[in-house]
Write a new protein. Structure first.
Length: 211
């Protein structure tokens, strides 16, 4: 069960049925059993449906770095770290890290979008926070209201992952596994939408799942 209203709205309004189905299949496993070693295969088969570069086509082990430098590192390395937290670590414990790394990907995507449509002033967006970047993206009026609302909802979740601690005694952690997985897929979907708008070539492609 999602523990953040913003993620529930994103799930309801942004996700297609095939993405929802893949997530449901993943959580159909015995995830409440802390000793259970879950299988992530269905997640990466679902991830490839979105297209573009995602965790599915990068090694789970972050030591194997496909993007050591340049804009590709900023864009895609966070997704590899998110996959690592899901595959090698335990998403039930490392949920916050998945949310934060997913947000770092989306932050990089929005910065690149702004740089591409503001060539002369591109450098000023180099360190723009996700919240400020989304505000500037909205001003360009190239995305529909649903996309913008989803972006703003994720900004709130991302900021919590970076700055807040869990003060709800009813919850063991601020983020649970469902929050983490939905955050990952939210940023993948939104990221591809934005990258395609600026014609980033790999955002139109699908790649082989990296085992």
């Amino acid at each position: 069960m999602l523990s953040h209203n913003e993620l529930q709205r994103i799930y309801n309004t942004l996700f297609k049925e095939n993405i929802k189905s893949g997530i449901s299949d993943f959580f159909a496993q015995d995830m409440d059993n802390a000793e259970y070693v879950y299988d992530t295969g269905v997640l990466w088969k679902t991830d490839v449906l979105i297209g573009g570069i995602g965790g599915y086509c990068m090694p789970a082990n972050p030591v194997k770095n496909l993007f050591p430098s340049g804009v590709e590192r900023e864009l895609y390395r966070p997704l590899q770290y998110a996959r690592s937290s899901i595959d090698i670590c335990d998403v039930r414990i490392f949920a916050r890290q998945v949310v934060e790394n997913s947000g770092m990907h989306l932050e990089a995507v929005c910065r690149l979008f702004l740089k591409n449509i503001n060539v002369s002033g591109g450098l000023k967006f180099q360190n723009t926070t996700l919240g400020k970047a989304v505000h500037r993206v909205e001003q360009e009026k190239v995305f529909d209201d649903c996309v913008i609302e989803n972006l703003y909802d994720f900004v709130k979740v991302y900021n919590r992952s970076k700055h807040e601690i869990n003060q709800d005694e009813a919850k063991d952690r601020m983020f649970n596994a469902e929050d983490a997985v939905v955050s990952y897929f939210a940023t993948r979907i939104l990221g591809v939408l934005i990258l395609q708008k600026i014609n980033v070539a790999e955002s139109f492609e699908k790649f082989k799942i990296c085992e």
